[in-house]
Design a binder for this molecule. Structure first.
Ligand code: CA
Length: 238
């Protein structure tokens, strides 16, 4: 589909992958699809490449020599200049828990090996569209809600919304991963932190408060309860 991104110069993708054959295959296919490709074979090299020539998106292998993909991702998020850099984690593991750990360290999305080029391209394009539609760093938007992280302001339909600190972090986490379903345990881990021991039911309390704050009369409830699974930020009410 032709859209605004087609007119921009070709996006630069940094492929961080220690399997040379996979890196070559990715470069070949991505270049064919109109991307420019840079490569790094380990975590340290990845950070060097990012510092020298900041890419538009990083495809980051989980298992890397010298420094793991998770650590690379943490460092990307720690530096103000790369904080909003789109990162897709590539994992050979299938356990959901690992993927969620990847998301917690700041990856925007993940894909499990082996994957098809079509699946990878769809995720990359979705992520690039999302990051291009963010007008400035630190601004998140979903449906009719916008969050200004640096000013600590939330609006829905241009109406200011006041949230407690936990509800603010909860909404921020949801808005960073829209439409993805998180269990109560995953939300506790991501929003409260792994070392905090609170009852999973606590999540329900804060979800209720969040809903109360963001949903006015007649407005769509965009926090979806997924039975036996958890919660997601979604406009599709099932
Ligand atoms: Ca690897």
């Amino acid at each position: 589909m032709a859209d605004g991104t087609a007119q921009l110069s070709k996006p630069l993708v940094l492929v961080v992958e220690d399997e040379a054959a996979l890196a070559t295959m990715l470069r070949y296919n991505l270049e064919k699809q109109g991307f420019r490709v840079d490569e790094a074979a380990d975590g340290q090299e990845a950070l060097t490449r990012i510092a020298e020539n900041q890419p538009d998106l990083v495809l980051l292998d989980w298992m890397l020599p010298v420094m793991s993909g998770i650590e690379v991702c943490r460092q990307i998020r720690r530096r103000p200049i790369t904080r909003d850099l789109p990162v897709i984690m590539v994992t050979a593991r299938t356990e959901d828990q690992d993927a969620v750990r990847g998301l917690n360290t700041g990856a925007d999305d993940y894909i499990t090996k082996p994957f098809s080029m079509e699946a990878l391209l769809a995720r990359m394009r979705a992520l690039l569209r999302r990051s291009n539609s963010v007008p400035a760093k630190g601004l998140l938007s979903f449906h009719d809600i916008s969050m200004d992280l640096s000013a600590h302001r939330v609006q829905r339909n241009s109406r200011p919304i006041h949230l407690g600190p936990t509800e603010f972090r909860l909404l921020e986490f949801f808005m960073q991963h829209p439409r993805r379903v998180f269990s109560r345990e995953e939300l506790l881990d991501a929003v409260w932190g792994p070392d905090i021991h609170v009852e999973p039911r606590t999540v329900d309390v804060h979800i209720r408060r969040l809903r109360k704050s963001i949903n006015s009369d007649g407005e769509l409830d965009i926090v979806r309860t997924v039975r036996a699974a958890g919660y997601a930020l979604d406009t599709e009410v099932v």
